[in-house]
Design a protein around this ligand. Sequence first.
Ligand code: ZN
Ligand code: ZN
Length: 349
Amino acid sequence: MSTTTHAIAAPGPGAPLERTTIERRDLRPDDVLIDIAYAGICHSDIHQARGEWGEAIFPMVPGHEIAGTVAAVGSAVTKYQVGDRVGVGCMVDSCGECEYCQAGTEQFCVKGNVQTYNGVGFDGEPTYGGYSQQVVVKDAFVCRIPDGIGLDVAAPLLCAGITTYSPLRQWGAGPGKKVAIVGLGGLGHMAVKLAAAMGAEVTVLSQSLKKQEDGKRLGATEYYATADESTFEVLRGKFDLILNTVSAQIPVDAYLGLLRTGGAMVNVGAPGEPLSYNAFSLIAGNKALAGSMIGGIPETQEMLDFCAEHGIGAEIETISADDVNTAYERVSASDVRYRFVIDTATINS
Ligand SMILES: [Zn+2]
Ligand SMILES: [Zn+2]
């Protein structure tokens, strides 16, 4: 017998989200049933709920920034007990056998990882995400949320946190390194906090100086407006690493000019249209232009532990189920500081 749980779903592409109920599967031996407390709203939820990323499965229950407590465990689960504080991010399963899964980088599973929502499990059933009160997830895809972090501010770490933590680690953000974060939104604000906690000297490159105070409070030492052309002169050759969190067209060559010799620019934002750059912008300084996709489960756990150790959570605005459609409009208009988090207790009230 499956569990019926309250949820918020998009009935069709672009249709307003509404309250509904969904079924969660019976616990398999390696499953964990989670009482969801909070679910973050990621920009990708909006793209998928609006059907902007191609084929999508409706009704859709978005949400891959999930934080809650364990309500029950399957017979073979030893890692978690009822009452444990846990989180779930963008994936809920993968083959477990390929070289990438074996290396703990399940996001690159050769059979394709199973997305937390708008995906299809290996059992052929569609997956439904975190805008609901309960979820059943295989224990290997559940992470522990340390006691030091509130569940509300922890939820966005499961996507925005790991998406920025992983490239900062991979590309060596740390003491003695100058790191620029492009864009101060959901991803960018996490990147600033994380890079500063790693010991790097952090600069925010934002369109305007509107959020300068916030950027500095979050850990940046410098803040520049990219609308001001002199920024690209003043900062020329300065950075070891640029993390681009913006999903819009940017003048790539101008940004590559801000890198030191041997520096790297990593994209985690993805504009709909191709970006272009001059190959000499890379060649003339042994520079790298790279990308990064979330992070594997072991690294996600490492990120959560790092955040607890450094007292890092997301900057959030907690909303009720009634406000989700308005929140979608506001995220689309970049009018959020810096992540909306749904209090899932409001879904059935
Ligand atoms: Zn996300
Ligand atoms: Zn695999």
